[in-house]
Each structure stands twice: as C-alpha cells, then as structure tokens.
Design a protein around this ligand. Sequence first.
Ligand SMILES: Nc1ncnc2c1ncn2[C@@H]1O[C@H](COP(=O)(O)OP(=O)(O)OP(=O)(O)O)[C@@H](O)[C@H]1O
Length: 452
Amino acid sequence: MADNAASILILDDDPDVACAAQLLLRRLHGKVATLNDPAGLAAVLAAGVPDVVLLDLNFTPGRIDGAQGLALLDQLRAQARPPAVIALTAYADVPLAVEALKRGASDFITKPWDNARLVAAVANALARRAGAAPSSANTALMGESAPMRDVKAMVAGVGPTEANVMILGENGVGKELVARAIHAASRRAGATFLAIDMGALPESTFESELFGHRRGAFTDAKADRAGRFQAARGGSLFLDEIGNMALAGQAKLLTVLERREVTPLGADRAEAIDVRIVSATNLDETRLFDPAVFRPDLLFRLNTIVIRVPPLRERRDDIPALLGHYLALYERQYGRPARMLADGALDRLHRFDWPGNVRALRHACERAVILGSELQYGFADFGLADSHRTGAAVFAAPAPKPAALELFQLGVLERDTIAAALEQAKGNISHAAKMLGVSRAALYRKLGKHGI
Ligand SMILES: Nc1ncnc2c1ncn2[C@@H]1O[C@H](COP(=O)(O)OP(=O)(O)OP(=O)(O)O)[C@@H](O)[C@H]1O
C-alpha cells in the first residue's frame, strides 16, 4: 500500500534505529526523513509539518522517564495541523506509552519492533490523520438541527453508562466525533480514548496488536508488548470500521468481549480487561445484519445502544454553521482575512448533496480559504463537483465526456478511476482504497484534490 504523498519523520537519537525504520518505510512511503538530534526539530517543522512522526521517548542515555520525549510530543501536538505521533519506547514501558497516548500520541511501539506492526501502525496513523484532518480530538460536535439534537441527547444519555455503543453512518458524518463525545461524557473521560481502524489490522498481527504478546511468543517477539486492550485500560476503545473485519477476527473479538479478558500471545494466564467499547461502521444495515458479513452474536455484544448519525444532506440546517466554523478556523490557521460568502453561494452550498458529508465540507472550506482570491467566497472556490448538487445519485452520475485534450491527462484519468472505484464500492472508502491499491489516507487526499 504505497502512499507516495505522505511524509514521515523518524526522531530517534540512535542513528541505527532511525536508519532501520527509514529503510523499511521508504519502500512504502514517499518522504521518510530521520532526525537524531531533537534540537533540529523546530527547523524541520518550519520547513513543513510531516504527516507522521515516529518519536523516541527516551533520548537522554540512562533516563527512562520519557520526560524529554513527552516534551517533544507536546511541541508536535502544538502545531496548527499536528502530525500523528507514534511513540517509540525501548523499555516496553506501558505507563509511559499510556501517558504518551493521553497527551495525544496516536499509537505506540516498543523497540525492537516487529516490521509488520510498524508498517501497520504508520498506515493506521496516516488513515486516522487524513480522516480527521486536522485532529478531531479537540473538535466539538456541532449542529443544532433536529437530527443532531437527537444524536447529542443520546450521547448525553448513554455517555455516563458503561453500555457498548455502536455508531452507524456514512463516511465523514462524524462517527469518531460522536465516539469521543461519548468518552468525554463518561466517568472514563480522564483516561485514554484509543481509536483503532479494525479494517486496517492485518490478520497476521491481529491478536498481538489487540491483546499483546509475551517475549518469544513468535520469532519477532523480542520483548513483551501490551496490546490495545491493555493500553486503553480504564478508558474507551473505539473500534472503527468494524464492518470491514474478517470473520476470523470477529470470532476472536467476540470471545474477548464475552469473557471480558484477553490472553496475550505466549502468556499462560488471561488478563481482565477494563475498557468501554464504542464501535462504528459505514456499512448499511442490510449488510450489517447479513450473517455472511457480520456475526450476529458479535453484533449483539456491540450494539447495546445504536446511534445513527444522519448524512449531512438529511440535516441541511447544520450546513451554514459548519461552513462558518470551518471557514473561520482555516482563515485563522492560514492567516487569511475573514471573508463572507458571496450572494447565492450559501444557497448552492446548502442545496449541495455532500456525498463526503462533514469531512468533505471541511476540506472544501480549507480549499476555499487557500484558493479563493476574491473579496467574498464564491461557490466555485469550494471545488465541488456539479453532479452532486441537488439530489443527484451520489456516485452514479455519468462522468462528463472529456474533451480530446483532457483524455490523456493523468489527473483526469486518476479522477475518473477513483470515481469508478467509489461507484463500484458503493461509496465505501476502505473498499475503494483496496481496489485502487492505495491506503485510505491516500484516497482521502486524492478525493480532496479532485473535489470528489
Ligand atoms: N458535527 C460535527 N461538527 C464539527 N465537525 C465535524 C462534525 N462531524 C464531523 N466533523 C468533522 O468531519 C471530519 C470527519 O469526522 P469523523 O472522522 O468523526 O467522521 P467518521 O464518520 O468517523 O468518518 P469515517 O467513516 O470516514 O471514519 C472530522 O474532521 C470532524 O472533525
């Protein structure tokens, strides 16, 4: 899954470690840089904030409290568009890794790492960053339309309970934001919220990722490693894209949820788990209730409470406030003057179908702020495909016939190929990304680029 547009920085004082990670990741990603001295970080960030940073938490030899690494993490998280940070620790030190997660790291890896795990962690971090660009961690759940008021009432009602919640909705409607709001309204709010893209977990490392492993459990298991269930102890585990899990993985997850305990690979004793499970999927309900796709017994465990987040086209009243919020946010971020919407633009944006939902609206606002050159924003500044304007079938609109000159332009071919893949995948981003042979993160970037 090459993602040539992604930039990755490896920040580790051991040049051999940094070089090994660079060699591994360079096969899959375009720009992979290393930095051995944290004093150079400010200059690197000034030149451009990377998408993902692999950050060693223990710089000073002999010190294992991670203080310097955590300070660097704070520096990275303070960027206007912070990178996803994967904490590296040599000491299998779970409390330190958990502290890093609390401070905003998206994942952690213990050294020496397992190559498949490192590759998966980077792919997951890229997908999450593209999906939540920028981090949805600090974004409030906006919207005062009647359907959104219902969603918020459900969040307030179920938040303080321990009930497992399943969130349903199309890509980009705000499922992760709802999951974070549930966590924030729970008694676990002070503990970790850990999100996992279940569709991106490779089958070969599924158990060790989720449940951890003991040193020697398999060839590459050079040290004990805590899984995500242990790392989120006391907090909430957000199982995203649950509908994309293979049936084998579903069976393993079911056993854990039934017994409320996990057995790390190679361990002879099970460990009790203490996590609140919130899950999400964009599968439509007929597919979700198809036993060939999703185990009914697992569904029953996960969906004690179901929250449906409606697509933006079914709550158009939220559009003006979201536009106002995201235009102002990007004007501040890019140091641009505040501008109004031109006559008629709001009406067209209001009638637009928003097949990519709030995420697409957010990207469109960012584009308008960067590219809009007039005193007011016009509809064209938002780079939205006309076929999606009012009530047009989401991905089924026939592509306009390209002019002869356009026919061989790579950008046009790419746009049409992506549109065709989305149509075939019925709008499922993960499936379309798989068909196109790119990561979800790369596909999201391309959707933004082509205004799809
Ligand atoms: N109600 C909302 N208020 C403000 N921002 C929102 C809202 N809903 C979504 N967003 C923004 O839209 C983007 C997508 O949201 P989110 O990642 O929660 O969607 P999702 O449904 O989980 O997407 P996917 O199915 O692709 O994983 C984020 O940047 C988020 O901050």
